[in-house]
Each structure stands twice: as C-alpha cells, then as structure tokens.
Write a protein that binds this ligand. Sequence first.
Ligand code: KG4
Length: 344
Amino acid sequence: MNLAGDDKKATVLGLGIETSCDETSVAVIENGRRILSNEIYSQIQEHAPFHGVVPEIASRSHLLKINPVYEAAMKQAGIQAEDLDYCAVTSRPGLTGSLMIGSQLARCLNMVHGLDLVTVDHIEAHMYAVFLEGKEPKYPFLGLLLSGGNSAIFRVQGPGQMELLGTTMDDALGEAFDKAASVLDLPYPGGPYVEKEGRMYAQKHASAPEEPALFPRILRDYPSDQIAFSFSGIKTAVLQAARKGEDPGRICYHFQKTSFELVTRMLDRAVARTGLQTVVASGGVLASSTLRETLQNCDGRYTILYPEDRKLCTDNAAMIGALGYRLWQLGVRDSLDFAVSSRR
Ligand code: KG4
C-alpha cells in the first residue's frame, strides 16, 4: 500500500520478524508506535548447557517455532495477513542460518499476500524500541547499544542513517557478564545473576567506606579523544580473582563498577565530540537496574532514554516493526531476492 496522495491511510499496520540470534519473535505494530502483539520464543534453555549460543541449534529451533510464533502474534493482534501494509524483517547482522528462517517467512508473506518487504538492520532497530513507549527523541541523537553481541555508540541521524562512533575492540559487555557468571558457577545468561550477587554484596557493605577498586580501570591509557570499549581484560581478571578465592559477590560488584565506569566515560566523550545531549540506550544489558541507575546519575550532562519494559531491551520483533515503519514511510521497498548477512 502507498502513502502518497489519496491512498494515505490513517492506520498503518506492520509486521516485524526477528530471528537474528536466539529469539524467535513476531510482532504487529500500529503506526510504528503501538504494539498490538510482540510474541517472543526464547531459546535460552536450549543454549544454557553450552553457556553460549550454538548456531546450528539456533537455526533448527527458529525453523520449528517461526510458524506458531507468527500465528500467535496475528491472533493476539486480532488481524489477518491482508490487513497488513508492510513486513519488516531483520536481514543483518546475525547468524546467517537463523536470519534465513525469518527471511523466508517474509518472502512467503510477500508472495502470498503481496506485503511490502522492508529489510532491517537489527542493531539500528534497538534504537527504535523507545519509540514504542511514547518517547519521540529528536534526530540526531546518540545511540548506546550494550547487548550480548555488541557494545557500541552511534550517532543516529534518521531511519537508515546511523554512524558508528566507537565499538568494542574485543568482547561485548553482555558476553563478559555471561563469562563472569560461568566462571562463578552462576546460571546462563549471567547478567541478572551477576547483578543480584553484586547488589547483595553492596547491601551487606553499605555502611562501610567505599573500598578500592578490585580491577584496574579499563582502557586507562587510551587516547582521551577516542571512543572504544574492551571487556576481554576484565573477563580474564574475573577468572584470576575467582581462582585466588576472592568473594564472588565482591567480584560481581567490582566487575560491574569497573565496566560501567568505562560505559559512562565513553558516553561523556561521545557527548563532548558531537554536542548531542539525548542518549537512546538499548540492548540486553540495559535490563540491569544497576546500569540504569548509573546512567541516570549523569548530573544532567545528557538525557538518557531506554525501554522501561525489559522485554523491549532484549531482542524482539516490535523494534523491527518500529524501524520498518519509518523506512517504509520513506519509501523503502526491498525485492524478494534480498540477501541476509552476518555483518551490518
Ligand atoms: O540484547 P540481547 O538479547 O543480546 C543478544 O542476544 O545479543 O542481550 C542478552 C545479554 C546477555 O549477555 C545477558 O547476560 C545480558 O544481556 N543481560 C544483562 C542483564 N540482563 C540481561 N546484563 C547485565 N545485567 C542484567 N540484569
């Protein structure tokens, strides 16, 4: 359906499809802002024994789940495929075999129901989760993504226009959380457990004076005008501390303190470099209340926006539909032979 001239519709309904990693998700979105459904099947339990995502298990699981998840999303929204205007699907970056499963559903919907296809960059889509909670940040703004696979800061100019300002030189922060948890015999994915242990430690020592850092400052000697992350060193430091018999709660507390200090330091640099003072943050690590509090505590240097609903921080199809809507409005229509890619 076309937005031009007389065809302009008051209500635009879009489908979002997400299968880039270990969540099979389908959502129905109204006017790019209202979630009518956001069905998510998480494969966490299937990957838990391996303490990380196994690509072959992921694609097989997507294949089994994609149809029931699609049907559940349509039922929840109370619509038929013919009611939809566009179908947005993650085509990059991600596990290639997994991306292909969601892409095939999108292709089928195009062939059978004639839906417009809009392929979406998963990383960029994380920046659009906040638009589903009534927030409308003005372009340009800064984007902070901290997830299991990415740690990066962007300048977001508009839909389809995102400039990378700095990324991780090695591991992502969520991955470091998962590795720290694994070293400390905590369940997978480790983020919430590391946070809980760290909080209990902080509460127990609340009346004691602030203790010296257990881990060295990350990227201490890195040029002060550069934006980057690195979490492989602290992963090793956690392992060494655990081997020395250090208290697990103390390790969790300091792991977060040191990692989050790097995040706020780099965010300050991005604000200074660009002059932008609105930061939209997302990704699984933003589910952390400790990180949310740390970012809120920025003394007015910037305004931080993140999805209140933790379900919108982690991988979901609603954010794919939200970015898809904005691209569709700009006239983006992809052809049936679109490619999937492990890279952006
Ligand atoms: O965005 P997401 O689903 O990542 C990718 O699949 O890339 O986020 C998953 C990551 C995991 O590494 C998990 O440990 C982390 O988000 N996470 C957290 C918390 N909850 C989830 N990290 C820190 N604190 C949390 N409370």
